[in-house]
Design a protein around this ligand. Structure first.
Ligand code: SAM
Length: 281
């Protein structure tokens, strides 16, 4: 005998997104593992469900495995919830679900919203292939390194952005992706839901004159130019890439090797550009 683990998606702002199926699962669960007991208590109060909540967050997730093993022995129904949206998507639960699989649980995902998907489908950008990148790192240099690894990616890129890091993140994104189309989705499913579309440069301009609060998802067009035969259109990104690598202190030969591969340039041409930059031209 092993139990059932329900991975329950909950609203990201709009309580009308609560499905009948979610309500049933919450009513019938034997054990509720939640990211923050105070946040989930509000949701359960709203549904008039009275149950004990057990906290399960990134710092104690591993300790909950023992609890899961006991639940498996008793064939219990366990529901996993995060504060908002789909658990495991930039939220805790990965370790727990992996252990549940090992323990022989039946794992049942219960559909609910996820901010990245809502933003992507409303962005107006291609959805056939995309890469969900979660949160970018904290420090500008780390952000830049991560973004550099994505310059060549032809897929639409989706990022979560914390409100207090919005300005810093956009500044770094602008340096490499300024001319690309993008969409900044704000307060999805809530009263002040908004989609700011345009190039990254345009979005940054709009941001500088507005006092935006709330929650954000940033969707950026993939590198479509590189897919085309003439790679010259990505000239700006190529030059910016070389400049940023130089700023980082990388060696000219390494930059030439990487940029030649990424942007399909001759290594000697990249090298010349590096030298030009070094001479301050
Ligand atoms: N598990 C959640 C999901 O499925 O979307 C994501 C949790 S993550 C800790 C929180 C981030 O998701 C926020 O910082 C924001 O980037 C994004 N987010 C969550 N709710 C949002 C909303 N209503 N509008 C825009 N972004 C949202």
């Amino acid at each position: 005998m092993a139990g059932t683990l329900y991975i329950v998606g909950t609203p990201i702002g709009n309580l009308s997104d609560l499905s009948e199926r979610v309500k049933d699962v919450l009513r019938n669960a034997d054990l509720l593992l939640v990211e923050d007991t105070r946040v989930s208590a509000k949701l359960l109060n709203h549904l008039d469900i009275k149950k004990q909540l057990v906290s399960c967050h990134e710092h104690n997730e591993k300790e909950k495995v023992e609890l899961l093993a006991r639940a498996a022995e008793k064939d219990l129904k366990v529901a996993l919830l995060s504060d908002a949206g789909t658990p495991l998507i930039s939220d805790p639960g990965e370790h727990l679900v992996s252990k549940a699989v090992d323990l022989g649980f039946t794992v049942v995902p219960i559909a609910g919203p996820s901010a990245f998907l809502m933003a992507l489908v409303a962005s107006g950008l291609p959805c056939d292939r995309f890469s969900f990148e979660g949160f970018l790192p904290d420090k500008p240099k780390e952000i830049r390194d991560r973004l550099m690894g994505l310059v060549k990616d032809p897929r639409t890129l989706v990022f979560y952005v914390s409100p207090h890091k919005l300005e810093r993140t956009l500044a770094e994104v602008k340096a490499l992706f300024g001319t690309r189309k993008a969409c900044l989705a704000r307060e999805l499913t809530k009263l002040h839901e908004e989609f700011i579309r345009g190039t990254i440069d345009e979005i940054v301009d709009k941001c500088s004159t507005a006092d935006w609060r709330g929650e954000f998802v940033l969707v950026i067009q993939g590198n479509v130019e590189l897919e085309q035969e003439d790679a010259c259109e990505s000239q700006n990104e190529y030059e910016e890439y070389v400049r940023l690598r130089l700023e980082k202190g990388d060696r000219a030969s390494e930059i030439a090797q990487d940029a030649a591969k990424l942007f399909r340039r001759k290594r000697s041409d990249v090298y010349r550009l590096v030298v030009d930059y070094q001479k301050g031209r």
